[in-house]
Design a protein around this ligand. Structure first.
Ligand code: UDP
Length: 361
């Protein structure tokens, strides 16, 4: 029997692991436990996803909302205690690039548990991004690498990782989109919010480089003012962004824009339905760059770099800044923007391929 624990902690983590239990059930020699750190908690950022995916973490570390260091420290202690209680797995798998990923990596290393990394090898080569440090440290200590795109394999090989430990399996975030297609299509968000399909821009912003300074937030406010002159903007606000808009007294400026629809962070089905039927998306999210590519929806990413370059080379994504974004918006409105193709192995079967690897360990 091979026992694997998957450690998850944030909204994008939850979305990447929805199909594992179902796949593992096909293999009598595999046992899987899901451990949720609590890095993201509460109804909108956590509970609603577990409800929609009918996914129950087997263990919840229940760490408090605190600074990154306090959260990482709490996960180290709580995860060690849990593993000492329930027993060591054969492998621990961490997901993505968040603080829970880093904490899980350190625990695996110190407890001598072989480590797997889901969504390994992505690099923005931007050392100002907290996630980049998490990716590098995690991959430095990983034994088994699961990758979503060819460039990730190249990055890992350039870092002298052994080819035999790399598994190019595709994108489990797309597995979730495929598995829940009917639920997404059934979402009533467009009617509920009186949004007309293909007439609006969907926006999400939460990266520190965009939302932690008054200058960064002003760019976003200007952009919203510009777009709302022709299009409705639907903006589900991440808690970090909301708090900073408030802190810099910018919320009141946005509240009076008639064509702007602010919402709480949305549930998965509603948010995916909004992506699918939008005219275009403006974001700084990692996952949203991939989901728009899969849906052939134009995506303008307000960042200088991306760790997911295939969304630009094959998909519908373009990296933009305040100075060059407007011509791209014009291209989209005039129907001249690229349509993109879906990257290899983004076919809804990545989880299946990973579990097949597990079954042969
Ligand atoms: N998402 C969601 N509701 C929202 C905003 C985002 O369900 O209101 C989903 C989105 O579709 C994607 C994931 O959350 O699957 C991305 O999370 P986020 O942008 O927070 O993290 P990142 O991908 O940048 O790490």
């Amino acid at each position: 029997m091979t026992t694997i624990y998957i450690l998850i902690g944030t909204r994008p983590n939850f979305i990447k692991v929805t199909q594992f239990k179902k796949e593992v059930a096909k293999y009598p020699n595999l046992a899987l436990k899901l451990i949720h750190t609590g890095q993201h908690s509460g109804a909108a950022m956590a509970d609603v996803f577990f409800e929609q995916f009918q996914l129950q973490p087997d263990y919840f570390l229940n760490i408090a909302q605190a600074t990154p260091i306090q959260q990482i420290a709490a996960i180290l202690v709580e995860l060690e205690t849990l593993i000492n209680t329930i027993g060591k797995p054969n492998y621990l798998m961490v997901v993505g690039d968040v603080n829970s990923t880093l904490a899980g990596t350190l625990v695996a290393n110190k407890m001598e548990i072989p480590l797997m990394h889901l969504e390994s090898g992505l690099r923005s080569f931007d050392n100002t991004m907290p996630e980049e440090h998490n990716r590098i440290v995690t991959d430095a200590l990983t034994n088994c690498f699961f990758t979503t795109e060819e460039v990730a394999n190249e990055n890992l090989l350039a870092e002298k990782k052994l080819a035999k430990n790399l598994h190019y399996v595709g994108n489990t975030m797309i597995d979730t989109l495929v598995a829940f297609k009917q639920n997404i299509d059934a979402s009533t968000i467009l009617d509920d919010k009186k949004i007309i399909p293909t007439t609006y821009c969907l926006m999400t912003m939460h990266r520190p480089s965009n939302v932690d300074t008054a200058a960064g937030l002003s760019v976003i406010v200007d952009l919203i003012q510009y777009i709302t002159s022709t299009h409705k903007v639907v903006f589900p606000i991440h808690p970090r962004t909301y708090n900073n808009l408030k802190k810099y007294n910018l919320l009141t400026l946005l509240e009076v824009i008639p064509n702007l629809l602010f919402t709480e962070p949305l549930d998965y089905f509603a948010f995916q339905k909004l992506i699918k039927h939008s005219a275009f998306v403006i974001t700084d999210s990692g996952g949203v760059q991939e989901e728009t590519t899969f849906n052939h929806v134009p995506c303008l990413t307000l960042r200088n770099n991306t760790e997911r370059p295939i969304t630009c080379t094959l998909g519908t994504n373009t990296l933009c800044n305040a100075d060059n974004i407007k011509p791209f918006i014009k291209q989209i409105i005039e129907g001249k923007y690229k349509k993109g193709i879906v990257p290899p192995l983004w076919d809804g079967k990545a989880t299946q391929r990973i579990v097949e690897v597990w079954s042969k360990l």
